[in-house]
Each structure stands twice: as C-alpha cells, then as structure tokens.
Design a protein around this ligand. Structure first.
Ligand code: NAI
Ligand SMILES: O=C(O)C1=N[C@H](C(=O)O)C[C@H](O)C1
Length: 251
C-alpha cells in the first residue's frame, strides 16, 4: 500500500484524484491510500493543513496547486527525503533550475500534462517536425483552457514547443503579431469551461498538417498522476522523471 498526500486537495485536480481513488471502478484503489492537504484548518486523520506534516506523513506527495506553493512542497519533500509528483504548471526557468537542484536529492516526477494522449501527441509532433527539416512549414501551437486557468501559455504548450525547438533550433514566441523565419509560435485562448485542447499546426504554402488533442474529463490527468505514483513507488534514485519513463514502450 502506498500512502500519498494530495496537495491542492480542494482544487479541480485534487478533487478529481480523490474521487477517482474513491471509485469502485478504479483498478488500483486498494494499492493507494490518500491524505488530503487543504489550505484551510480542517485537521483530522485524512485532512492536514500543515505542509510539513502533509509531506512527512506520506511516501509520495502529488501536487496540483500553483507554482509558488509547489516550490514550498518540493522544498519540504527534499527536507524529509520524500518523493514528489508535480502536475502543477507555470514555473519560470529559474523555478525549473531550482527543481533540478532538489532532484539531486530526491526522485521528482515532473509533467505539465499527465494524459497518455498528450504524450502521444508530443511524439507525433516530434516525428512530423523531424520529417519537415527544410523549414518551409510554419509551426504553431494553439492551446485552449477554461477561463479560470491562471498561467499561460499552458505548461503543455511550452513543453511541446521546447521539444520541437530542440529539433529545429527555432526560437519560441508567444502571442506574436507577425511571423518571421525560424520561429515556433504559441497562442492561448481562455474561455468558459474548456478542460484542455492543444492543436499543433504545420503550415506550408499550399498544405497544412494539424495534430489535435482534446481533453473531455480531468480523470485523464488524475489517472496519469496515480500511475506516476505507482511508478515512483518503485524508484529510489534521485532525478527528474516524466511520462517517457512511465510509458517507455511508446518512446
Ligand atoms: N499536469 C497535468 O496533467 C495537469 C496540470 N494542471 C495544473 O495543476 C495546477 C492546478 O490546477 P487546478 O486543479 O485546475 O487548479 P485549482 O485552482 O482548481 O486548484 C488549485 C488548488 O491549489 C491550492 N493552492 C494553490 N496555491 C496555494 C497556496 N499558495 N497555498 C495553499 N493552497 C494553494 C488551492 O487552494 C486549490 O485547492 C495548475 O498549475 C494546472 O495548470 C491541471 C490539470 C492537469
Ligand atoms: O490548468 C489546466 O487545466 C491544465 N493545465 C495543464 C497545462 O498547463 O498544460 C495541463 C492541462 O492542459 C490542463
């Protein structure tokens, strides 16, 4: 049995994970036991409000909160030598460097998107980009999310743009008005209750390739986060882990 602490437990992702763990249909429900870390003072065996207690009382923390808060949770995880899964997005490059430092001490699973579909989308996009090596196609990532999302562009869009930029050498531009050569553009739309949609387009002069992933339920991310917890329970070596470690057969 793996004991996990869910941070941001009252948020959209936190509640989705707790609901999944509670569902009779969830096949690993007997393998994972959760405690919820809430920002309010509601202390009981299952609900904790102190970060240090929350981290200490579990083998692994699953974090879906905000970048600044997640950094505190990661710091506490390193202090108590505990593993952590980070779904939170919105980290700056400096934050990511700090996370790499903590990963020298503890195993950290870091993925801006825990869905299998997005992982496959990223592989398809890289394969297509490798095939389009002459730079005659313009690469764009358009992402859509609900109106309450705090960060933009999405962590997923940034991550895929970085993968494509590693192949092409192009620079990544956000919300650009004009198009120049050797650029990958990202644009964001925030509207209504959209759970998440990522579209990668590759426009040539007279043709277009379009790769789209659309999320219809947050359980896709929750399932991925719990799969990551099961995977991380087998890992002891410090370092940064991600979806490619979880799904090596797809890489
Ligand atoms: N990796 C993935 O697959 C996914 C990542 N996300 C990311 O997860 C994060 C959370 O997303 P949602 O659950 O939709 O947000 P939300 O706003 O519904 O929930 C966030 C939770 O974190 C808590 N929180 C945030 N900052 C805090 C602080 N300073 N102190 C105490 N509690 C704090 C809030 O109280 C809330 O319970 C976002 O960064 C989002 O982009 C969301 C969905 C999937
Ligand atoms: O905030 C969200 O909702 C989501 N955030 C992640 C991101 O920023 O990429 C993943 C997913 O798209 C949902």
């Amino acid at each position: 049995m793996i004991q996990v602490t869910i941070t941001g437990a009252s948020g959209k992702m936190g509640t989705t994970i707790l609901k999944l763990l509670d569902s009779q249909n969830y096949k690993y429900r007997n393998l994972i036991k959760a405690k919820a870390l809430l920002s309010s003072k509601k202390e009981s065996e299952l609900y904790i409000s102190d970060i240090h207690e929350g981290v200490k009382q579990s083998d692994i923390t699953i974090d879906f909160t905000s970048a600044s808060y997640a950094l505190k949770i990661i710091k506490a995880s390193a202090l108590y030598n505990k593993k952590i899964i980070i779904g939170t997005t919105g980290f700056s490059d400096a934050d990511l460097k700090e996370i790499e430092q903590y990963a020298q001490k503890i195993p950290i699973f870091l993925s801006p998107n825990m869905s299998i579909g997005i992982y496959i989308l990223s592989i398809l996009a890289q394969t297509a980009t490798k095939a389009l090596t002459n730079g005659s196609f313009d690469l764009n990532i358009l992402e859509y999310h609900h109106r309450k999302k705090l960060d933009s562009p999405s962590g997923t869009a940034i991550s895929i743009a970085k993968m494509l930029s590693n192949i092409t050498g192009d620079s990544i531009k956000y919300n650009e008005q004009r198009r120049y050569d050797n650029e990958i553009h990202i644009n964001s739309i925030r509207a209504g209750s959209i759970i998440g949609k990522h579209e990668i387009t590759m426009n040539g002069a007279f043709e277009k390739i379009s790769l789209i992933h659309e999320a219809f339920d947050r359980s896709i991310y929750a399932t991925g986060a719990l799969d990551a917890a099961l995977f991380m329970s087998t890992i002891d070596k410090p370092g940064i882990y991600g979806m490619a470690d979880l799904l090596p057969c797809l890489a």
